[in-house]
Write a protein that binds this ligand. Structure first.
Ligand code: FA5
Length: 339
């Protein structure tokens, strides 16, 4: 019985003090192993008298169970502590850091190309715009039929000066805003979000983006424009593409142009992307109208310039072969995660 008492005191203290799993395992062997101190006592029961057995047996069994559960408990504690310590040999956890949206990738690419051709990138401009900047100053007077080309979201609330407000239908108002506060010569691009109240389909969204370009100087002309966009498309699609300029009408340019590029998929032979025409319509452009230069505060006899507006969604669709513009804003991760 004395021996049992000694084992109990020593084992309890040693188990409590065990600082790692290895020394705990050593203690288990020392007391409960095949030739452990307590095991030996349990074995010696066979040689004891019945009287002794009755006294020592239950005590020794109880101590065995007690030490066993103490060791299990301690083992749990030490394992938890081990797990919380940095183990550099364990495989790393994959951290999801996110990535750019396909549209942001294309916008960035477009902006980088223009920046490399010495264009300044102008940020922003208000998305809630006045009727003046969105239409009047761009040579689109009230009641002019050209306003119907832009299905407009009008705001119910008037502006500070009681002017009518709208969600801008294009980035062209930034032409006026920039000219009002800067002197030529300059060459800028302005990316931004625009809104049109129109039915959506595979190539039309109500909320989309545009990149406006404006270059003004004393001798800026259409051949400058043609060179810049040929260079731009060659860099963007990484091959030389034939560019076609067609006459078109926008009230804020004269002459106005629609720009087509040779189909990037079929090379001009005709396919589903270009609807068998061999050409893709990519931007509206032209030489800035004298009335617009005047609205910006310039003398049109002294300065001239070109401008264009391009839709990055349409460019991204061509670049990545995306069949429907609505996928960009659908928030479907199966689509977004492919980029
Ligand atoms: C304009 O918005 C003119 N402000 C462009 C311009 C600027 C002309 C400077 C001349 C000088 P348009 O409505 O064609 O033009 O739109 C320009 C581009 O925006 C289109 O080529 C197309 O890429 C894109 N776009 C137009 N409507 C939508 C729409 N609903 N969804 C997606 N992209 C659109």
């Amino acid at each position: 019985m004395d021996k049992l008492e000694q084992i109990k005191i020593a084992a309890e203290r040693e188990i409590k003090d065990a600082s790692n799993l290895k020394s705990l395992e050593d203690l288990r062997i020392k007391y409960l192993g095949r030739s452990g101190e307590l095991t030996m006592i349990l074995r010696s029961l066979a040689d004891m008298s019945l009287e002794e057995k009755k006294i020592v047996g239950p005590k020794a069994q109880a101590l065995r169970m007690e030490l066993d559960s103490m060791i299990t408990e301690k083992n749990k504690k030490l394992s938890e502590r081990k797990r919380s310590v940095l183990d550099v040999s364990r495989p790393g956890k994959k951290i999801k850091i996110g990535h750019l949206h396909p549209l942001s990738i294309v916008e960035k690419e477009i902006v980088d190309i223009f920046r490399s051709m010495s264009f300044s990138v102008i940020d922003g401009g208000p998305e809630v715009e006045t009727e003046y900047y969105n239409f009047d100053a761009l040579n689109i007077p009230k009641n002019h039929p050209a306003r119907e080309m832009h299905d407009t979201f009008w705001l119910e609330k008037l502006g500070n000066k009681n002017e009518r407000l709208l969600l801008r239908t294009h980035t062209s108002p930034m032409q006026i805003r920039y000219m009002e506060t800067h002197k030529p010569p300059f060459q800028i691009i302005v990316p931004g979000r625009v809104f049109r109240y129109e039915a959506t389909d595979a190539s039309h969204e109500i909320n989309f983006s545009q990149i406006e370009c404006l270059m003004v100087g004393k001798d800026v002309n259409l051949s400058n424009f043609k060179f810049i966009i040929e260079e731009f498309f060659a860099r963007l699609f990484k091959k030389k593409l034939t560019v076609r300029l067609r006459p078109s009408y926008f009230p804020f340019v004269e002459p106005g142009l629609e720009v087509d590029i040779q189909c990037v998929k079929c090379g001009g032979k005709g396919c589903n992307i270009c609807k068998d025409s061999g050409w893709l319509e990519v931007m509206g452009a032209g030489m800035v109208h004298p009335n617009v230069l005047k609205a910006g505060g310039y003398d049109p006899r002294e300065y001239q310039g070109f401008a264009f507006g391009v839709g990055p969604e349409r460019i991204a669709m061509l670049k990545y072969n995306i069949p429907d513009i609505r996928m960009f804003y659908g928030g479907d991760l199966r689509f977004i995660n492919q980029f």
